[in-house]
Each structure stands twice: as structure tokens, then as C-alpha cells.
Ligand binder design. Structure first.
Ligand code: SF4
Ligand code: SF4
Length: 385
């Protein structure tokens, strides 16, 4: 089966240019009217991770959200826009990232995810999940991810953005369930994306995030918009564009290992702009957070601090305590001296780093992980012609 991904160049978030680029982007997929029919309830799900201004590239840019709302309205949909931010009250987060202004200006419904509904998955690994009521009630979900690095999963895009359908602290429980097993967590993300398949995913990769993502990385200009009906296929093209190898992107890696479609470029019918013209080799990935060496689990547990990266609290810490509240295994404590981490309990989920509003948590790699990277770097250099 050939899966379609559409790609368009877009230099900035100028309103008219965004509007034109989105129309061109959706043309090869049949336009918005192929996805939204008159009278349908449409849930638009941007990335609203935290209350940061659009320039920080943490959240989907409000101009993209505006134009998608207008297109879905023209197609006759009843529109709601919602997400469950990692940190902060949804209304305040939506205001700070500019999306609430757009919601008010276009007169659509703001739907902060607050009520969870238990669901049963008939197939797959995760039989019970709880998701936002809005996701169950929508006729159509339009997924609006932002292209960003992610310290735990390597990358966050179309598949990972749907994790926002899990409300608030229930995300923490799923992290705890997965523990240090990234493949297990990636599988949960893939199964969630399959249970709530967006009719359409449109990725904001005009300004993306590199480095210490997804909450505190650096904005980087890529200049692209991508769209697809298949989140995995969209992520395949996006990660190819920014030169992130599949081994570093857990959702892609597990999608391939589990035989899912859309992981290979040759399965994808890419339409629109030329990928090579938008591709970059300078995109800075998140730091590697572990190395496997194929060791048995008891030895890996013994060498945990040497073969993984750890969160490290810097002097930027304001002792607000948000990280402590959100740490899934309760491995963090706070007192008058600051935040302490019990690295024996820490599951390396990097939720603390993702949610720290002051960018005060960095990643420190263990000695064997650094050594492995050094050797790999030498090998890569030797492989160069
Ligand atoms: S590390 Fe960040 S989130 Fe944690 S207490 Fe310090 S400032 Fe707050
Ligand atoms: S200390 Fe940070 S990385 Fe470790 S478990 Fe807690 S939130 Fe996750």
C-alpha cells in the first residue's frame, strides 16, 4: 500500500503565507473537505505542552492553528480545540502560547481535557487506558504536532502528540508502568495512535526544536509543513528531513520491529515540495540517554548510572517543586537546599526536564555511555570517504 505524505516549504508564520501553504499542502490529499464533512464534531489537537510564547517552539504555532480552524469551519465542521498540557492550567497555557486568542477570535470551542474516560483496547498490549472525553466524542480528530526532539523518546511528532489525549497525571501512571523500558512506552504510544487515528495530521516544522527538547530545547528554522493521514508515515518523512536516524526515534524503531506500515521511505508517496531541498544535516538531536551493550537485565541494573544519562539539577533551579510533583516514581525530594534525586529509583523518563519551567534540568551521561558515544563518533568519522 502506498501512504501519502504532503510536504510544503513555508518560510515563516506570516498569516497569508501560512494560509497559502496549507491550501497547497492539503491539495494532494484532497483538501480539507475530504476529511471534514458538514455537521461533524472536529477535535483539533495542537501541541500545548507548556505556557511558552510561540517563539520558543515548544507549542504548535497559533497561526497554523488559526488557519486549520478556518479551513475546517469552511468545510462545515463544529470545531473544538483541546489538549492536556504537561504543566499548568490549560487556560493559562493556551493563553501564553497564543492559541486561546485564536480560539476566541475564530469563535470555536475551547476544550481543555479534564475528564478522563476508561477505555478497553480489544487488541494489542495495553488493554486499559483512560483518555479525554473529547477524543471519544469527536467524529474527526485533526492532529497538529510540532517537530521537536524528546529526551526520552528521541523525537516527538505525529504519533507522540496524541499522548496528549491522556489527561494530566494519568500520563505519569503510564510512565511508571513503562519504567525504563522505552520500547514498551513507544508501543503504548503507537497503540494509542491506532485507537484514536487522526483523520489528518499536519506538522508545524517551520520553526522546530533541537537539543534539549521537548520543553527546553533550542528553536531551529526548518521551513516546512507536512501532512498525512498516517502519523507514522509523516514521522518517517519528518525524521528523514532532519536526519534523525531511526535507531534514535523510539516510536519509529518499535513501529518497524512490530511490522507496522509507513516506516520505510519506499512505502511512502511523497508529494509537493522536494524533500532534499528542505533537508538538513545540522539538526542537533537530544543527547543519547542510554547504551545497551546487549547486557542481561541484572547487569544493566547494576551499571545503570554508567550506561544511562541522568537528569541533573543546575543552579538555575528556583525550587518551585513542579518536577517533584510530576516525578512518576517519586524519586525527587525538595528541601531548603534544593531538589535531590534518588538515581536508584529514577526511571530516566525525563518528565522533570520536560516540565521544568525554568530550564534548570540538564542531562548528564554516564561514563560508559560517553565512552560508547566517543567510540561511535570515531567509527563514523572513519566511515566518511
Ligand atoms: S528543577 Fe525546575 S521544576 Fe524542579 S524545582 Fe527547580 S525550577 Fe522547579
Ligand atoms: S527524576 Fe526525572 S527522569 Fe527520574 S524518574 Fe523522576 S521525572 Fe523521571
Amino acid at each position: 500500500m502506498s501512504l501519502s505524505v504532503s510536504l510544503q516549504a513555508l518560510t515563516d508564520y506570516d498569516r497569508t503565507r501560512v494560509q497559502d501553504a496549507l491550501h497547497l499542502l492539503l491539495e494532494p490529499l484532497g483538501g480539507m473537505s475530504s476529511f471534514v464533512k458538514s455537521g461533524q464534531n472536529v477535535l483539533i489537537k495542537p501541541n500545548m505542552l507548556a505556557g511558552k510564547s510561540p517563539e520558543k517552539a515548544v507549542t504548535t504555532h497559533p497561526e497554523i492553528v488559526r488557519q486549520v480552524i478556518l479551513m475546517a469551519q469552511s468545510a462545515g465542521g463544529h470545531i473544538s480545540v483541546g489538549d492536556s498540557p504537561g504543566l499548568g492550567k490549560p487556560e493559562s497555557v493556551a493563553r501564553k502560547c497564543g492559541i486561546l486568542d485564536v480560539i476566541e477570535e475564530t469563535g470555536v470551542h475551547f476544550a481543555p481535557f479534564e475528564e478522563s474516560v476508561p477505555i478497553t483496547l480489544e487488541t494489542g498490549t495495553f488493554h486499559h487506558l483512560e483518555v479525554a472525553r473529547e477524543a471519544l466524542e469527536a467524529d474527526v480528530i485533526i492532529n497538529l504536532p510540532k517537530l521537536k526532539t524528546h529526551q526520552m523518546m528521541g523525537y516527538t511528532g505525529a504519533v507522540k502528540n496524541l499522548f496528549g489525549l491522556v489527561v494530566g497525571m494519568r500520563k505519569v501512571r503510564l510512565h511508571l508502568q513503562a519504567g525504563t523500558d522505552k520500547a514498551f512506552f513507544a508501543l503504548m504510544l503507537l497503540e494509542l495512535a491506532e485507537r484514536f487515528p487522526p483523520a489528518l495530521s499536519i506538522m508545524d516544522a517551520v520553526t522546530a526544536m533541537e537539543g534539549n527538547g521537548p520543553g527546553n530545547g533550542d528553536p531551529v528554522h526548518i521551513g516546512a509543513l507536512l501532512a498525512s493521514t498516517t502519523p507514522i508515515a509523516l514521522d518517517t518523512i519528518a525524521t528523514t528531513m532532519v536526519n534523525l536516524p531511526e535507531q534514535k526515534v523510539w516510536t519509529q524503531r518499535v513501529a518497524r520491529e512490530s511490522g507496522r506500515e509507513g516506516v520505510s521511505n519506499n512505502e511512502i508517496n511523497l508529494q509537493g515540495a522536494d524533500l532534499s531541498a528542505l533537508a538538513t544535516t545540522n539538526f542537533r538531536p537530544a543527547k543519547n540517554s542510554d547504551v545497551n551493550f546487549g547486557l542481561p537485565t541484572p547487569i544493566k541494573n547494576l551499571l545503570k548510572n554508567a550506561i544511562t544519562a541522568q537528569p541533573y539539577i543546575t543552579s538555575e533551579c528556583k525550587k518551585c517543586g513542579h518536577c517533584v510533583t510530576h516525578c512518576p516514581p517519586e524519586a525527587m525530594t525538595i528541601d531548603e537546599h534544593g531538589v535531590q534525586i534518588d538515581y536508584g529509583r529514577c526511571i530516566r523518563c525525563f518528565c522533570c526536564q520536560e516540565l521544568c519551567p525554568h530550564g534548570a534540568i540538564i542531562t548528564q551521561q554516564g561514563a560508559l555511555l560517553r565512552l560508547a558515544e566517543f567510540i561511535q563518533g570515531k567509527r563514523d568519522n572513519n566511515d566518511k570517504p
